[in-house]
Design a protein. Structure first.
Ligand code: SER
Length: 585
């Protein structure tokens, strides 16, 4: 069965069990600075797990695009992926353990036709926070899993939480027996020898873990499940790795035909990072030196280094992108829609990286010679940092070069310097934000409110993919940067202007409320978050039109802001448009 068939079967099965199919949220969380990317299906649903009403009901199912980069250095082995898709079904205060287990069992054994003998399950063993999960074990026995294939483990294996704070609870995991021999007498599903592969995780979320590590009961009992699509595809096709499935085969074969040096790990790294970075770019990500931009930059640059290792010309990059778009567009139409942007961003990054490599390598050789003259063989962290900070030379490349030349590097010192540098740039950004707001008068305040109206109007007219990527206000005009793949048409510009002017004429009241970050998120507020998870934020509401997190200040009524006019709509960088607009009184 192909991946897309598994996805469709899943969504249809749960639809037939009364679930609404909801779309995947973008990889880049809309309103959540606490995580870089969506890393699990439940993340975009947190407000609803906490009790907010979901417009599609209490039973939901979807596929969610996820990126996890804690494993980035492991990609190249036969199973780690930085991008993957998670199929999920949710009960928001509706059904609980028994039904959830019945659905999972039926889907696996009837829809996917996995023989019962291949399945083992694990349940929570119990501790001072939560009792042993006998109820789950009983439900498994009732559907037909024999006692000897039901295992109990503690929090390390059978408790799920995203990060350290948030909704959580005991889980039950399903394992597929590959038929490999047991690695020892005690071999069981928690063992990593490869006999048992985890295929599905059902979390019974009825707790909230707060900052101090205390658990409280949620107002409702939820079910959150996650089934990794690539892994299931591989198992059902009897393949050893996801790279042997149709998701990766075309790109793997192309790399094999182009390579001058044969290296399966490098081929896998290229194939995986190419897919991952294309997905991130399609959802609005752009390379930079901080946060998610830096993750994307690392993915692209690591991919390029491995293309170099395979001795594949970088001129092939555009073709490789096309192969992936063609292969994956049925599953991810956004790749086709953003094909040109993906190419522009990747090729631009490739050119930058080529220059960086050239300059950095020269500098590295200078430093190495100095070191050798001094009879030393440890490159100190300051030099690794200087190469990174001044020449943009990635630390992992320095590490590779050092290795090739028989040198070691002082990683701990580099990391210390790197952290200090990140902290400084974070503080700098906050200063800038405050500074910008200190300088306020009637005109800039009106432009500030107009910016919120514009942001919302762009989302209405162009679509929900529009995301603010920059804003600048003077007494004369506003400037607003946002993600959008192509030039706006004159009709679209007119529509946006009309929509903003309509709101001004309606003389909407602007109100401000302070609330917790969670409440703001649950209220559906949009905006750039500068506050961390848990802090209190201000939410500005403009009538029934816009709700956005912001430091303010804003006008009290929209009525006398003047007439809104877009003066210019132009490209800012690839995939980012820039609008300059004025208010005429
Ligand atoms: N949140 C759980 C996971 O990511 C189940 O979806 O595994």
């Amino acid at each position: 069965m192909k991946a897309i068939e598994i996805r469709n079967k899943y969504l249809n099965y749960f639809k037939n069990q009364g679930h609404s199919i909801i779309p995947s949220a973008p990889l880049i969380p809309e309103n959540d600075p606490s995580v870089l990317f969506n890393t699990a299906g439940m993340q975009p649903l947190v407000p609803y797990l906490l009790g907010e009403k979901h417009p599609a009901g209490v039973r939901l199912t979807d596929y969610q695009k996820c990126v996890r980069t804690n494993d980035i250095d492991e990609v190249g082995d036969n199973r780690h992926l930085t991008f993957f898709e998670m199929l999920g079904n949710w009960s928001l205060g509706d059904y609980f353990k028994k039904e959830s287990i019945k659905y999972s069992f039926e889907f696996l054994t009837k829809e996917l036709q996995i023989p019962v003998e291949k399945l083992s399950v694990t349940c929570f063993a119990g501790d001072e926070d939560c009792a042993r999960d006998e109820e789950t074990a009983k439900a498994w026995k009732e559907v037909g899993i024999p006692e000897e294939r039901i295992y109990y483990f503690g929090k390390d294996d059978n408790w799920w939480i995203a990060g350290t704070e948030g909704p959580c609870g005991p889980d039950t995991e399903m394992f597929y027996d590959t038929g490999k021999p047991k690695c020892s007498e005690n071999c069981n599903p928690s063992c990593s020898c490869g006999k048992y592969v985890e295929i599905w995780n059902n979390v019974f979320m009825e707790f909230y873990k707060n900052k101090d590590g205390k658990y409280t009961k949620l107002t409702q009992r939820n079910v959150d499940t996650g089934l990794g699509l690539e892994r299931m595809t591989m198992l059902l096709q009897g393949k050893e790795t996801p790279f042997d499935t149709e998701l990766f085969l075309p790109i793997m074969q192309k790399l094999e035909s182009l390579q001058k040096v044969n290296d399966i790990n490098s081929r896998r790294i290229v194939a995986e990072h190419l897919r991952s970075s294309m997905m991130i770019i399609a959802d609005g990500g752009r390379p930079s030196n901080i946060d998610r931009g830096y993750v994307l930059r690392r993915l692209i640059r690591r991919m390029i280094r491995h293309l170099n290792k395979l001795q594949i010309s970088l001129d092939e990059l555009s073709n490789l992108i096309d192969i992936n778009v063609e292969n994956l567009k049925e599953m991810y139409p956004e790749l086709e829609q953003n094909r040109e942007t993906i190419k522009n961003v990747m090729l631009e990054e490739k050119d930058k990286f080529a220059k960086t490599l050239e300059h950095g390598e020269k500098e590295f050789i200078k430093e190495m010679n100095k070191l050798k003259e001094a009879g030393k063989n440890i490159l100190d962290g300051k030099i690794v940092f200087k190469l990174y900070d001044t020449y943009g030379f990635p630390p992992e490349v320095t590490e590779d070069l050092a290795k090739e030349n028989g040198l070691e590097i002082d990683k701990a010192e580099f990391e210390k310097l790197f952290k200090e540098h990140q902290e400084l740039s974070r503080q700098g950004a906050e200063q800038k934000f405050k500074g910008g707001l200190a300088d306020q008068n009637e005109k800039t305040i009106s432009y500030h409110t107009a910016t919120h109206l514009l942001h919302k109007a762009l989302k209405v007219v162009l679509g929900d993919h529009v995301r603010q990527s920059g804003s600048n206000i003077t007494e004369e005009r506003l400037r607003f940067d946002f993600t959008h793949p192509q030039k706006m048409t004159p009709e679209e510009i007119k529509k946006v202007e009309d929509l903003v002017n309509e709101q001004i004429q309606r003389d909407l009241k602007v109100t401000c409320e302070e609330m917790s970050y969670d409440e703001a998120k649950a209220s559906g507020a949009i905006g750039l978050f500068t506050n961390k998870y848990g802090d209190r934020v201000k939410v500005y509401t403009i009538g029934d039109f816009s709700k956005e997190i912001c430091g303010g200040p804003h006008v009290e009524h929209t009525g006398d802001m003047g007439t809104f006019k877009i003066k210019k709509e132009e490209s800012s960088s690839s995939g980012i448009r820039r609008i300059k607009a004025v208010l005429i009184k």
